[in-house]
Design a protein around this ligand. Sequence first.
Ligand SMILES: Cc1cc2nc3c(=O)[nH]c(=O)nc-3n(C[C@H](O)[C@H](O)[C@H](O)COP(=O)(O)O)c2cc1C
Length: 189
Amino acid sequence: MKVLGISGSPRLGGNTDQLLAEVLRGAQSRGAEVSTTYICDLDIAPCQHCDSCLELGDCKTADDMQLVFRQLAEADIIVLASPIYFMGVTAQLKAMIDRCQALWARKHHLKIPPLGDERPRKGFFVSVGGRKRAGNFEPAIATVKALFATLDVDYAGELVFPGVDVLGAILKNPDALKQAYEAGQRLAG
Ligand SMILES: Cc1cc2nc3c(=O)[nH]c(=O)nc-3n(C[C@H](O)[C@H](O)[C@H](O)COP(=O)(O)O)c2cc1C
């Protein structure tokens, strides 16, 4: 079983990355093969709505998104992780999500499986936000759910932590890290 973690945080080793690492460690403890893609290390342009994907189901923009398309197709479980930026996921992760319009085209225009085959896949979302306000995570959750629905990936839930702001704050919350580890175990179990 392959578990792909995708971090959308530009703060490498920050709160999001720590939580994602715990989810993956939990999955690995159940025998899963895990890998992490740091979106901010990649060169991924925003979707230009050129509509060329409507014909072939592929995106013609030749950048690192082509690698991410392959990684998504190979994964059995996809864990998206992002801090909240202005109520949403980071711009870098949103660019990746928008580029999945090519996979939307496969599903809705070409009527072919968006990830190339129809094996069951699961998706999970991990997030942190500095604020403590209720509803802080709802827009990001809606975005991630829309992506997974487009990819025919079953939404397996989320783990979100409000009031987590400064670098390393999550490390002072062992319960959050434990929850992340256990979520990884459940996903892969
Ligand atoms: C540009 C920007 C926008 C942000 N917007 C929000 C927000 O709308 N709501 C919130 O709760 N936190 C917001 N934050 C705080 C981050 O979510 C928080 O610092 C988080 O812990 C960062 O995670 P990281 O360590 O993985 O980078 C924002 C931070 C930045 C830099």
